[in-house]
Design a protein around this ligand. Structure first.
Ligand code: SF4
Ligand code: SF4
Length: 454
């Protein structure tokens, strides 16, 4: 075994033996898979840009309002206290990713992940346009500074900065909503200087990622990429090299691989897929296109590199279904059913009634005892709700400004009220009381708390 074989996986492919970065100059991909991926990326980009502007009945389609602890996902509103529903949603999402990865490997990474979409379909295309394909870029980077090099670099990096600012602002709209964002940018910067500095910081981070850090996010940082080792097995359908057909490789051998290394030159993470499935492979399919064009040029069948499983290459047949992903699918189905049930059966409001801290009770001249309560109600519907609070467990009186509340759609109502109960009706110093929240005389939620008395 040679030294190279022994040290094959001592370090990531883009680091040299001293730990220094080896810049990947990937050749521009071309072919049927790249065309498909480009078209798909247009839809992903359109979705990313359009979502903050989509409204359903005047409400955002998606809004991740972390500060307001409110999340709107595909029109459904979730509040931070919808813990069970959000936990089920997260669990279902994680399990879906696991199921998808077990079956199709890192397909998400190459085709739908924003990191790849922005890097491969936006930033790299700007780079191809200004600096040309891989050989020209390599030559330019190694050339001494000249007017042409300065012009190209300044133009490229200026565009990179502009795109990074645009991406940050689009992301911002996902979190604060397009209307708030439009209102914000129409004000002078001094009125939101902290937010502006944060926006510049995030834009700077994106610029750094897409202009310098690049594929290292996928190979060294992303935890999802790191999980591939435990998720993939011999039945997972991934970008694979057919070693049975390709080996022995070489120009004058019986194997179909002519060892032209074109599949390496086009790989954005710089790996050689002929070494088998590797951590760095994001399933972008660039090597499939490249090898297929080599196969056609040499008069051989395309598909030496293709989507296939280890079992498919070994035994000539592949199957999407196997016991492992069937079991995951079953668990996912159960989780999703539970999620849907919890979602449709959740109350339309969320009420919290707590005795005001620091206050005990008050004895009144008319023999009644009074307690003060803090009230919080969240309206989870898309309609304004007229609400009324009544005491269900005892005869008593609730004194609150108006007592009838009109809560706007998705709004939170906070107030305080005083509850009076006649002393004769209280059997102990701490009595359980039950409140009912009514809308148009219909009971929609109940809430229990205690009433303290002498
Ligand atoms: S592109 Fe195809 S033929 Fe060329 S080295 Fe890669 S696998 Fe072999
Ligand atoms: S090995 Fe092929 S599919 Fe994997 S990242 Fe490289 S070019 Fe893309």
């Amino acid at each position: 075994m040679s030294k190279t074989d022994l040290s094959f996986r001592d370090r990531p492919i883009n680091l040299d033996e001293y730990g220094s970065r080896k810049w990947v100059y990937a050749k521009r991909p071309k072919g049927k898979w790249y065309t498909r991926r480009t078209i798909f990326s247009w839809f992903v980009l359109l979705f990313f840009i359009a979502v903050p502007f989509i409204r359903i009945n005047g409400n955002p389609f998606v809004l991740l309002d972390v500060a307001g602890r409110k999340f709107i996902i595909f029109g459904a509103i979730f509040w931070a206290h919808d813990t069970l529903i959000l936990a089920l949603l997260m669990l279902s999402f994680v399990l879906f990713i696991v199921l998808f990865t077990v079956t199709f490997g890192r397909l998400w990474c190459g085709w739908a992940c924003p990191q790849t979409i922005f890097l491969e379909m936006v930033f790299r295309k700007v780079e191809y346009l200004i600096e040309g394909d891989y050989r020209k870029r390599h030559k330019l980077d190694n050339a001494p500074w000249s007017l042409e090099k300065i012009l190209k670099k300044v133009t490229k990096h200026s565009l990179f900065i502009l795109i990074s600012v645009a991406i940050t602002n689009t992301f911002l709209m996902w979190f604060i909503g397009s209307e708030k964002w439009l209102a914000l940018i129409s004000e002078p910067i001094s009125s939101y200087s902290t937010g502006f500095i944060v926006m510049l910081g995030v834009s700077g981070f994106f610029y750094w990622v897409y202009s310098w850090f690049r594929e290292q996010i996928c190979t060294m940082v992303c935890p999802y990429g790191r999980m591939q080792g435990v998720l993939l097995d011999s039945k997972s359908i991934v970008v694979s090299y057919d070693y049975k057909r390709g080996e022995p490789r070489g120009a004058k051998t019986t194997g179909d691989c002519i060892d032209c290394r074109q599949c390496i030159s086009v790989c954005p993470t710089g790996i050689d897929i002929r070494n088998g499935t590797q951590l760095e492979c994001i399933n972008c399919t660039a090597c499939i296109d490249q090898c297929s064009s080599v196969m056609k040029a040499t008069g051989k069948e395309p598909g030496l590199i293709r989507f296939d499983s280890e079992q498919g290459i070994q035994h000539g047949h592949q199957s999407i279904w196997n016991p492992r992903n069937r079991a995951y699918s079953l668990v996912l189905l159960v989780l999703l059913s539970f999620f849907v049930y919890t979602l449709v059966s959740r109350p339309i409001i969320e009420t919290t009634i707590l005795r005001t801290p620091g206050l005990l009770y008050q004895e009144n001249e008319d023999q009644t005892i009074s307690n003060v309560y803090n009230l919080k109600i969240v309206n989870k519907t898309h309609e304004n709700l007229p609400l009324e609070i009544r005491l269900l467990s005892h005869e008593g009186e609730i004194q609150m400004a108006g007592n009838l509340m009109e809560i706007e759609d998705q709004a939170m109502f906070e107030s305080a009220f005083i509850l009076y109960i006649h002393g004769d009706l209280l059997s102990s110093d701490k009595t359980e009381v039950e409140f009912g929240i009514f809308s148009n005389n219909e009971l929609i939620e109940t809430y229990k708390n205690s009433f303290v008395s002498p």
